[in-house]
Design a protein around this ligand. Structure first.
Ligand SMILES: [Zn+2]
Length: 254
């Protein structure tokens, strides 16, 4: 009898320990470099240019049709990778005009005879770049692109530049965020047409309205998820503060 009571007390203690653990995990888990798990979409990351830009191949696993996002440089390598993997490029999506995101766009456009898309407000920032004359301008956030078998929503997220956009594929729960959202912080807002308050609005009113599980593929660095950024992004501290209290730290403005 004594033995049975001892066992019951022991089991109760174990249950209490586990209950304590679950209480400690109330906040969202900060995931390390999360990756898509999908039967339909494969995402290949190529780090290009001297700025270590992430160029993404977003491939339809069934057809091989592929969206190229932000081909910043190294056109010959990107072409080789596309051919070696037997991918069929169908479109180039640009998140914004900066050279480290657009450097190889013209070469790829000509090689594969595919269109290049960017947001219309970014027109001014494209002047001087070779791709200027050959862009199909996007101007409607409510008209998703139907490409490579996916419905791609365009989310206008000014802040890094006035015409920066993110490309969101709801069916696969992924977003390509360019230089708007990075793991742990926003992109810089001190370059031409950058705007700190616009960046804060883009986070608060657009990106943070997506589901916490949405995987973010940024223009530089590791992936993250929206839920993690709500917990850890350096911009959060300033989202609910008055504009006069905001400041710039080094080259990153909040
Ligand atoms: Zn940029």
């Amino acid at each position: 009898m004594k033995k049975r009571i001892f066992v019951l007390i022991f089991m109760a203690l174990i249950l209490l320990v586990f209950a304590g653990c679950s209480d400690a995990n109330e906040t969202a888990e900060i995931l390390y470099n999360p990756e898509i798990k999908s039967d339909y979409m494969e995402i290949m990351t190529h780090i290009v240019s001297s700025f270590d830009t992430n160029c993404y191949f977003i491939a339809n696993k069934q057809t091989g049709e592929t969206i190229i996002a932000d081909p910043g440089d190294n056109a010959a390598l990107l072409i080789k990778m596309l051919e070696e993997n037997e991918l069929k490029p169908v479109v180039i999506l640009l998140t914004h005009a900066h050279g480290d995101h657009t450097g190889a766009a013209e070469k790829l456009r000509k090689t594969f005879e595919i269109p290049v898309y960017a947001w219309i407000d970014e027109k001014a920032n494209f002047s001087g770049f070779a791709v200027t004359k050959n862009i199909t301008w996007l101007d409607d956030e409510n008209a998703p692109l139907e490409i490579a078998g996916f419905s791609v929503r365009i989310i206008h997220t000014p802040g890094h530049t006035v015409g920066s956009v993110c490309y969101y594929v709801e069916s696969e729960n992924v977003i390509f965020s360019g230089d708007t959202m990075f793991r742990g912080r926003s992109g810089r807002t001190d370059l031409a047409t950058g705007d700190l308050n616009a960046m804060i609005d883009s986070f608060k009113n657009k990106l943070y309205t997506l589901s916490d599980e949405t995987i973010v593929y940024p223009g530089h660095g590791m992936t993250t998820v929206i839920g993690s950024e709500k917990e850890q992004s350096a911009i959060n501290e300033f989202i609910n503060t008055d504009a006069s209290e905001r400041r710039c730290i080094k080259y990153v403005c909040y």
